[in-house]
Design a protein around this ligand. Structure first.
Ligand SMILES: [Zn+2]
Length: 286
């Protein structure tokens, strides 16, 4: 039974470093470089993944989105402008998710039910987004991180799938592991910054506890040659660029050692075997 979700936030490198929406046109377009490698890795290991896709990317690369759907991957929403949810007005957030859902649905003919916020930006300051997501037809959210960083995180969020009864949504938070007493997220930059053995150890431990896990990555993490942007805060630049050349090999090893599937498939397996915990919106606090 598949207990691990493999998720990709489908965006280009300049979106991953917080370049504003109105500047996107000026950057070198490279999303296909990383995507070609990632699609090959997934295909070689016969893995189906969930792609949280920016509406803007879906508009610009319709063939890529259709290919993913044809290959059996799950398409989901990553919003439109890549602005952090806590910086958006609720009306703008609603417009973005409505637009993105409709773009991807028109391309794939599938129903988009899952959402992930840019930079996991559903925090205690933006919980207002969850009722809006539900009203706009999303039933699964993957935007909460139980690990607090300078950008995101909700300290009281559990590290397992749960239900938010007020909004009738399922939350699949980022999975965590502990390294030298510090809680860290399992995926993205952490997957590159530490040696592979650290991720492997974390997964082995989770498997031994029968835990379900959420892994996340981005196409630009498979493109070590993408342009280097100097005008960035130092910690943001480090987490974006460090060890990019290791992502491919690390992912190959991860996929050969553990089984991964889509978010929907993983949640279905979880609910078939475990009682869902209910956590109300008020239970989510720092
Ligand atoms: Zn993103």
């Amino acid at each position: 039974m598949i207990k691990n979700a493999f998720t990709v936030d489908l965006e280009d490198w300049y979106q991953g470093i917080e370049m504003p929406y109105d500047s996107w046109g000026s950057y070198e377009k490279r999303v296909e470089v990383g995507m070609n490698k990632l699609i090959q890795l997934l295909s070689d290991s016969n893995t189906k993944a969930t792609f949280f896709t920016l509406g803007w990317i879906a508009e610009k690369y319709p063939k890529m989105i259709k290919l993913l759907a044809d290959q059996g991957h799950e398409l989901a929403s990553h919003g439109y402008s890549h602005e952090k949810v806590y910086n958006l007005k609720p009306e703008t957030f609603r417009e973005e998710i409505r637009k993105t859902k409709s773009i991807i649905e028109n391309l794939t003919g599938t129903n988009i039910v899952a959402y992930r916020a840019p930079f996991f930006s559903i925090t205690v300051d933006s919980l207002w987004a969850l009722p809006i997501l539900r009203e706009e037809g999303h039933t699964i959210d993957c935007s909460i991180s139980p690990v607090k960083t300078w950008r995101y995180g909700i300290s009281s969020a559990p590290d397992h799938i749960f239900r938010i009864p007020d909004v009738d949504m399922i939350e699949f938070p980022v999975s965590t592991f502990t390294l030298m007493g510090k809680a860290l997220a399992l995926g993205g930059a952490y997957f590159r910054l530490f040696p592979y053995m650290i991720s492997q150890g974390a997964y082995k431990k989770r498997v031994s506890k029968d835990a379900f896990s959420m892994f996340y990555i981005h196409p630009w993490e498979y493109d070590e040659d993408h342009p280097y942007e100097e005008k960035m805060e130092r910690k943001a630049r480090f987490t974006h660029y460090h060890n990019l050349k290791k992502t491919y090999k690390n992912t190959e090893r991860l996929l050969s050692q553990f089984n991964f599937g889509t978010v929907s498939e993983t949640i279905t397996n979880y609910t078939a075997t475990s009682q869902l915990t209910d956590l109300k919106l008020n239970d989510l606090h720092d």
